[in-house]
Design a protein around this ligand. Structure first.
Ligand code: FES
Ligand code: FES
Length: 217
C-alpha cells in the first residue's frame, strides 16, 4: 500500500530527528547555549594551536589560569580566580555590574575576552582596598552616604568611581554622573552614589571629612 501524504510527512520528520540525534547537532547546540554563559567549562576544547594556560596581572598579582579562547574576563574572575566581587548581571555589556579596571580604565568584564587582557593590569573591586584591607575612600563614602540599597550594582559603581577619581580627583556632580552612567542601579539609588563619589573626592583631597552637605552642590 502506498503511504498517504500525512504518513509520508511523519516518516520524513522521523528521519530528520534520527539524523539530528545521530549527528549530535542538538547536543552541540545545547552545549553552545549553556556554554555561552559558562564559557569556562572544564570540558571545553581549545582549537589546536591556541594556548590555554595564560598568566594575568590581577590586583597586582600574577595569576595563572586555564582560559578558553571564547571565555570572558568576568567568567574567569568569578569562576576560576574566585573574585566574586565582580557581578554578572546582563552578561552582555548593558548594566555595568561586571565593571573592572584595565590599565585604570573601566571596562565591562563580561564583554572582554580573557585572552585579550594578557599584559594589562586588571583591577577588580577586591583590588581597590588598602594593603591591610582598609576600605577605599570611595567604599567608605558609599557607606557613609548609605549609597547601596540591595548592593548588587555596588562593586561596579565602586570601580567606576575609583577609576574616575584616578583621572579626575575633583569631579563635578555632572562629571560623576557621566562617569557612572554605564552602571545601572535597579534600586534607583543614583543620587546616593553621586553623593558618595563627591564625598570620597573631598575626603581624598582634604585628608579628612568636610561638611557632607557642602558636597552636594
Ligand atoms: S554583566 Fe557586564 S555589563 Fe552587565
Ligand atoms: S543598589 Fe540595588 S541595584 Fe543598585
Amino acid at each position: 500500500m502506498v503511504p498517504g501524504r500525512d504518513e509520508q510527512a511523519r516518516q520524513s520528520r522521523r528521519e530528520f530527528i534520527k539524523r539530528v540525534i545521530a549527528s549530535g547537532a542538538v547536543a552541540s547546540a545545547a552545549g553552545y547555549v549553556y556554554g555561552g554563559l559558562s564559557g569556562c567549562s572544564p570540558l571545553g576544547r581549545a582549537p589546536a594551536g591556541i594556548e590555554r594556560l595564560i598568566s594575568l596581572n590581577v590586583n597586582g598579582q600574577v595569576r595563572w589560569v586555564d582560559a578558553l579562547p571564547q571565555e570572558t574576563l568576568g567568567m574567569t574572575l568569578r569562576y576560576k580566580l574566585g573574585l566574586t566581587g565582580t557581578k554578572l548581571g546582563c552578561d552582555r555589556g548593558e548594566c555595568g555590574a561586571c565593571t573592572v579596571m584595565l590599565d585604570d580604565i573601566p571596562h565591562n568584564s563580561c564583554s572582554v575576552l580573557t585572552h585579550g587582557v594578557r599584559g594589562r593590569r586588571v583591577v577588580t573591586v577586591e583590588g581597590v582596598v588598602g594593603p591591610n584591607g582598609e576600605l577605599h575612600p570611595v567604599q567608605q563614602a558609599f557607606i557613609d552616604e548609605l549609597s547601596p540599597q540591595c548592593g548588587f550594582c555596588t562593586p561596579g559603581q565602586v570601580v567606576s568611581a575609583v577609576a574616575l577619581l584616578k583621572r579626575n580627583p575633583q569631579p563635578t556632580r555632572e562629571q560623576c554622573r557621566a562617569a557612572l552612567a554605564g552602571n545601572l542601579c535597579r534600586c534607583g539609588a543614583y543620587d546616593n552614589y553621586l553623593n558618595g563619589v563627591l564625598r570620597a573626592a573631598a575626603v581624598m583631597a582634604a585628608g579628612g571629612l568636610t561638611n557632607p552637605a557642602a558636597l552636594r552642590t
